[in-house]
Write a protein that binds this ligand. Structure first.
Ligand SMILES: Cc1ncc(COP(=O)(O)O)c(C=O)c1O
Length: 255
């Protein structure tokens, strides 16, 4: 395979984009291939190489690239304008669709990213319970906001992953191992009445798509209910994919 044009673009790109890319996940050694276009399950790079795309935009392109129906509908909407800054009826139609499918959804607040969604969910949980501590699982990725950018370190308040994240921002984040009921029970009893929420990806994508042990999500549902803790499912990846209603429908557990 020839990657000459990608190499040239990369040499140009590093002068303008940190690492030559717009996200660390796109950085490959010695340089990534640069895409020219995509259709269905295929990516075509600037050197004329063809790839089967198993990533599909790392999630959102679930109908494949350049889907005809989506193109047609998008064109029609573009004619009507894009960002209005005031409400429109289509938001209600979409919210109703989400509520119809997702078991836990009573109302919907649309966000621009997974980061924004988990940040808002945690803030809401803290506000509603009037408690500050949160439990997250070792190795779990919930986006790029400070409270969840914490390395592993079982049972302790987490240390930040990155320079620029002050320890103050993560001191209320408690890390526990995934699929370990005892660790959760112990953490909750050691932090009685202080934990606002448990945030979990029902199938842990970031550590290699590890499913929950039988009964684990039910256990989390019960122990959180007993202790006035909000259970948050981060379904950025599992939502609308594992089933129409996401992991919560698949496992029959409503967060
Ligand atoms: C489970 C999970 N939560 C949250 C996020 C953050 O989403 P975004 O990159 O849209 O901020 C990701 C991104 O990969 C994710 O996989």
């Amino acid at each position: 395979m020839n990657f000459d044009k990608s190499k040239k673009l990369y040499e140009d790109s590093v002068n303008y984009l940190p690492g030559g890319v717009d996200s660390p996940i796109r950085a490959f050694k010695p340089y990534p291939f640069f895409v020219e276009k995509a259709k269905g399950s295929k990516l075509f790079d600037v050197d004329g190489n063809e790839f089967i795309d198993y990533c599909l935009g790392y999630g959102p392109i679930i109908f494949g690239h350049a889907n005809e129906t989506i193109i047609e509908e998008s064109k029609q909407q573009l004619e009507l304008g894009t960002a209005y800054g005031v409400p429109s009826e289509k938001e209600i139609i979409l919210a109703k669709e989400v509520i119809k499918r997702v078991p836990c959804a009573e109302m919907v607040r649309f966000c621009n990213s997974g980061t924004e969604a988990t940040m808002s969910a945690i803030r809401l949980a803290r506000g509603i319970t009037n408690k500050n501590k949160i439990i997250k699982f070792e190795g779990a990725y919930h986006g790029a906001h400070d409270a969840v950018l914490v390395k592993s370190g079982s049972g302790m308040a987490g240390k930040p992953d990155s320079p620029g994240v002050p320890e103050d921002a993560t001191k209320n984040t408690i890390l526990v191992p995934y699929n370990d009921e005892e660790a959760i029970s112990k953490t909750i009893s050691e932090n009685k009445d202080e934990i606002a929420c448990i945030i979990i990806e029902p199938i842990m994508g970031n550590i290699g798509c590890v499913p929950p042990r039988d009964g684990y999500l039910k256990f989390l549902r019960e122990i959180t209910e007993e202790n006035n803790i909000i259970l948050i499912f981060d379904e950025v990846i599992t939502g609308f994919r594992l089933s129409k209603g996401g992991a919560q429908e698949h496992y029959g557990i409503v967060p």
